[in-house]
Design a protein around this ligand. Structure first.
Ligand code: ACO
Length: 401
């Protein structure tokens, strides 16, 4: 049920829709989502077809520029990105100032914001949107790998521009100077599917944040950095890390799925939620979760990985789908429920899961920021219902009780 009221405060009537459950903030031609039917389309193309047939860069182009690229358009987009994968060496000094234990999402958000300082043409009035888009798409994977490499005490890898987008990222993540590293095509393909599934999701929390920050005409780097920070929260993109930690905890406790179902049913008193379950708009199933669940089986089989948490996840899903609490509230696995199991099988550490989500969501954020600017949207500025004191007289500090 959506709880919307029109309330009156001292100044007049205002609509109150906490969490914007049924309030549109924009018109958008980018992503179509039908939560009842479990449909998700980017620019009219079904997510199922894109995940099966497209590359992440093609989908990025589609989201950002509105059409699937011709071969020529694709080549020039991909080449421009290749040419910008290096990150200014001075950014390393900022990076080096972070504690080794810093969460990679904190580092990522900070460094993307710092990009504005390195590219003042983002706020000096010059009209370089395509160049900023290229820089962001090119440099985010490079920056993302730094945190992981440093957590291992390894040197960071420079991009290798003969590699495609995803193999280049994997090479920066996993190659060591002392031995040859060859990207496993199974790993690259699995990542391609995951990134496509995460690439846009209309007006979710991080995307709305990007649009809202951008609506003040803040530069694109700072707007995207704000989106990264919003994504980090455990109720949004941070849920993928929470899911694996929860599944690990269940495994360590002997696999008692029922105990966690009970805790989640008493969410109001326990404060515990089943991470990876429930969605603001999907009320039947999350089409991304459906694809990812199948992909998890395929990828683990192909890589010969036997991860006991996959069975725990399936058991938890089965138990929840048969429990009236979850059925009545229409709580189903969301995109984050099975994605972490795949990331893990690909060798990606848990605290990098949300970073992977950010790399996937970047073209969506960019597309939404661009659309917001092109539509010349006014500054976003929600209203409130004031519930505080009426006019009071100032009391000097010595007279206060
Ligand atoms: N576990 C247990 N109960 C839940 C869960 C859950 N995961 N999710 C919702 N509920 C319950 C709520 O307690 C509430 O119960 P009530 O009717 O008795 O009060 C009811 O279901 C509705 O929940 P709301 O919080 O009102 O739903 P909302 O649309 O605001 O929240 C959200 C959606 C944030 C995704 C929520 O389901 C949640 O916290 N899930 C866990 C975190 C998660 O997986 N986030 C990732 C979402 S996908 C993404 O962002 C990429």
């Amino acid at each position: 049920a959506v709880d919307i009221s029109v309330l009156r405060d001292q100044t007049g009537y205002v609509t109150l829709d906490r969490g914007y459950k049924n309030t549109g903030a924009t018109q958008s031609a980018i992503t179509f989502l039908d939560g009842e039917e479990g449909i998700l389309r980017y620019r009219g193309y079904s997510i199922e077809e894109l995940a099966a047939k497209a590359s992440f860069l093609e989908v990025s182009y589609l989201l950002i520029y509105g059409e699937l690229p011709t071969q020529e358009q694709y080549d020039s987009f991909a080449t421009a990105i290749r040419r910008h994968t290096l990150v200014n060496e001075d950014m390393r000094k900022i990076f080096d100032g972070f504690p080794v234990s810093a969460h990679p999402m904190c580092v990522l958000g900070s460094l993307v914001n710092a990009m504005a300082a390195f590219y003042p043409d983002s706020y000096d009035g010059s009209n370089n949107t395509d160049l900023h888009i290229t820089r962001l798409m090119a440099k985010l994977p490079t920056i993302a790998t730094w945190s992981y490499k440093r957590s291992l005490g390894h040197p960071t890898n420079y991009p290798k521009n003969e590699l495609d987008y995803i193999p280049n990222f994997l090479n920066m993540m996993f190659a060591l100077p002392v031995e040859d590293y060859k990207v496993d095509p199974v790993v690259a393909e699995a990542l391609n599917v995951l990134l496509i599934l995460h690439a846009d999701h209309e007006q979710n929390c991080s995307t709305s944040t990007v649009r809202l920050v951008g609506s003040s005409q803040a530069n694109i780097y700072s707007s995207i950095a704000a989106g990264i920070n919003a994504l980090w929260g455990p109720l949004h993109g941070g849920a993928n890390q929470e899911v694996i930690e929860m599944l690990e905890e269940i495994k360590a406790g002997g696999g008692d799925v029922a105990k966690y179902i009970d805790m989640a049913k008493n969410a109001k008193t326990t404060g515990f939620r089943l991470f990876g379950f429930g969605h603001r708009v999907y009320k039947n199933f999350d089409p991304r979760a459906k694809i990812i669940k199948k992909a998890a089986d395929d990828v683990l089989n192909k890589l010969g990985v036997n991860d006991p948490v996959l069975e725990i996840a399936k058991g938890l899903e089965e138990a929840a789908l048969n429990d009236p609490y979850f059925v009545q509230r229409k709580l189903y696995p969301n995109v984050d429920f099975y994605s972490g199991i795949i990331y893990r099988a690909l060798g990606i550490p848990t605290n990098m899961f949300t970073v992977l989500f950010a790399i996937g969501r970047l073209p969506g954020w960019i597309a939404q920021w661009k659309e917001m600017r092109e539509q010349k949207e006014p500054i976003g500025r929600p209203r409130q219902i004031y519930t505080g004191a009426t006019l009071r007289e100032f009391v000097a500090i010595g007279d206060r009780k």
